[in-house]
Ligand binder design. Structure first.
Ligand code: SF4
Length: 571
């Protein structure tokens, strides 16, 4: 569908616009009547150790100490507050010591769990990468990270096994090709999700690339935005497949067509998963492309000034929205921060069955993009370098990562498509993966994550391959999403999958074994659902890690046998 063929929709009022099913659980804001650490209300006195550390020394300044001291003197020279708090502002977390089983995760202090190596996250912001940039990522992985490199479900790259001694050189190499790790973790504006087909899709409503670039150029790295109550996640799309999980970000700008004002964005705020999941809400406000960066800046400052800082567990923006509601939030945004009213606007509507962008697709300029799955995002440095070479060999210099842990190669001439597909398949980057390979996500898990209780990546890869074999006889209509988490945090978004698995130790025949709590029936607009909803746990439904393939096979067969026309897993 071209830009002009998208139908304009009537604006909707704040009371008739919320998309959530009844599975939305109440998120309770902190108690009224005492200081909750809202800067604009209570002043800036720090109310917990993290707030204290951030105020004692601005976290971004830790980089200087890395370059001048820690990289020369080694891991043991790192100040504990820098190690456990401030280094995150440059995308660094200590990784888990090998050999500590998941049952001991909660019993040990973090210092007993952590190794002297780091996970280093690189901020991508959904941007198009050049072959040179991807090659650099590959070289860093093979030189400093033992060939580890994962595409995350926020379109970033993560390396493991990084030593503090190597950080200055890693940062130098990244910055030489225009990449950075700045505010890629910590209480900051995290890297955005941006539609992977921004600027190239033939059926795009609006190209969000200029908005994302304006925000990045103007505000990312601004010290004024580098001490938020918690992380702040952004998602921007102009594609009708709604391909950036906009319902679970702190702020989302979603392409719509206003009947009088034309293409622009619908504004959503307050979504987040983790242990108290909440879908974001529309403010009912229409934002033009010219206003979008300013509205983003106003919204993040509301969070900075009014977000709760007493308890970290209640500091995400969803708690503020739970207290204020969308009408008050919009009023504060307009009156205190923007100084003008935003017009009412229409709600976005998904027009695509699925938004993973895998396979071969024609771009609006007649060239082609090809989407391929590395399998749960695990790509590695050697394969990244091979992708860069492959892209160049077919005349492409543009590569993107996706929120479903896949990659796209853009700008391929029609007569080079087959050659590229064959090259990708040779690297086991599958262009037409079978359903479970296609729709399985996994977080980092116990291999590297200090919070993990169970292993995730290998298990998810193995289970997906096994299910694709076992269920080859089934017609699934659309792939069922299987999201695997190593602990109750929701890095792999378990509550929005058809089948979500939350890692925990479970008891089987009296023995403690790694297993999962099962969530069923979640899904967002990006999977073609009309109504977004959170999956539900079924009381007592837990599966051991070695029983996951059997369990998923069983419920998938049962679902396919009983399903009526058009019925989704949630029903
Ligand atoms: Fe680590 Fe838990 Fe996040 Fe997985 S979900 S990466 S185990 S914190």
């Amino acid at each position: 569908m071209s830009e002009t063929s998208v139908t304009a929709q009537a604006p909707t009022t704040p009371t008739d616009r919320q998309p959530q099913r009844s599975s939305q659980r109440p998120v309770r804001p902190p108690r009224a009547g005492r200081s909750n650490g809202q800067w604009a209300v209570d002043g800036r006195k720090p109310l917990n150790p993290n707030e204290e550390v951030k105020q004692l020394s601005p976290p971004l300044e830790v980089r200087r100490r890395v370059e001048e001291r820690y990289a020369l003197e080694g891991f043991d020279s790192i100040d504990p507050d820098d190690l456990h708090v401030r280094l995150r502002w440059w995308g660094l977390y200590t990784q888990r010591k090998p050999g500590i089983d998941g049952g001991r995760t909660a019993q040990l202090d973090v210092t007993e769990l952590e190794d002297s190596y780091f996970m280093q996250r690189v901020r991508i912001d959904g941007a198009v990468l050049s072959a040179e940039q991807v090659e650099t990522l590959g070289e860093i992985s093979t030189t400093f990270g033992r060939d580890t490199a994962d595409i995350t479900d926020r379109q970033n790259i993560q390396f493991h096994w990084i030593r503090v001694e190597d950080l200055p050189e890693i940062w130098r190499r990244l910055e030489a090709v225009g990449l950075s790790t700045i505010v890629s973790a910590g209480d900051t504006p995290r890297a955005f999700l941006l539609s992977p087909v921004a600027g190239i899709a033939a059926d795009e409503i609006i190209d969000p690339t200029p908005v994302a670039e304006a925000i990045r150029r103007t505000y990312i790295g601004d010290p004024e935005l580098a001490n938020l109550p918690r992380k702040f996640k952004t998602a921007i799309t102009g594609h009708p497949s709604l391909d950036i999980v906009h319902e679970i970000n702190d702020i989302s700008l979603v392409g719509v067509v206003h009947p009088e004002l034309g293409p622009g964005y619908d504004l959503w705020v307050g979504g987040a998963l983790s242990t108290a999941p909440r879908l974001g809400e529309r403010l009912g406000a229409f934002v033009t492309a010219e206003q979008a960066a300013e509205v983003w800046y106003a919204t993040i400052r509301i969070f900075r000034d009014y977000g709760y800082r007493r308890l970290r567990a209640k500091a995400r923006m969803k708690f503020l929205l739970a207290e204020w509601g969308p009408q008050r939030f919009r009023q504060v945004l307009q009156d205190e921060y923007l100084g003008y009213e935003l017009p009412d606007g229409p709600a976005p509507r998904s027009t695509a069955a699925r938004a993973d962008h895998l396979g071969v697709h024609e771009q609006k300029d007649g060239l082609f993009f090809i989407g391929a799955s590395p399998g749960v995002g695990r790509i590695g440095g050697r394969r990244l370098s091979a992708v860069a070479r492959l892209a160049r060999s077919v005349g492409s210099d543009r590569i993107r990562f996706t929120p479903l842990q896949n990659l796209l190669i853009l700008d391929v001439e029609a007569d080079k498509v087959d050659e590229l597909v064959a090259g990708l398949e040779e690297l086991d980057l599958q262009v037409r993966p079978r359903p479970f390979r296609r729709a399985t996500l996994a977080c980092t898990g116990i291999e590297f994550c200090k919070f993990a209780i169970v292993e995730t990546k290998d298990l998810a890869s193995r289970v997906a391959a096994e299910l694709d074999e076992r269920l080859a006889d089934l017609d699934l209509d659309r792939p069922l999403s299987l999201n695997v988490n190593g602990c109750p945090n929701s890095c792999a978004r378990i509550q929005i999958a058809d089948i979500g698995l939350k890692g925990q130790i479970i008891t089987v025949d009296g023995a403690q074994v790694p297993g999962f709590q099962v969530h069923l029936g979640g899904g967002l607009a990006d999977s073609g659902r009309e109504e977004a909803g959170l999956g539900r746990t079924v009381r007592g439904l837990k599966v051991p890690a070695d029983g996951v393939a059997d369990y998923v096979e069983r419920i998938t067969r049962r679902f396919v046998a009983a399903r009526r026309d058009g019925e989704t897993f949630a029903q």
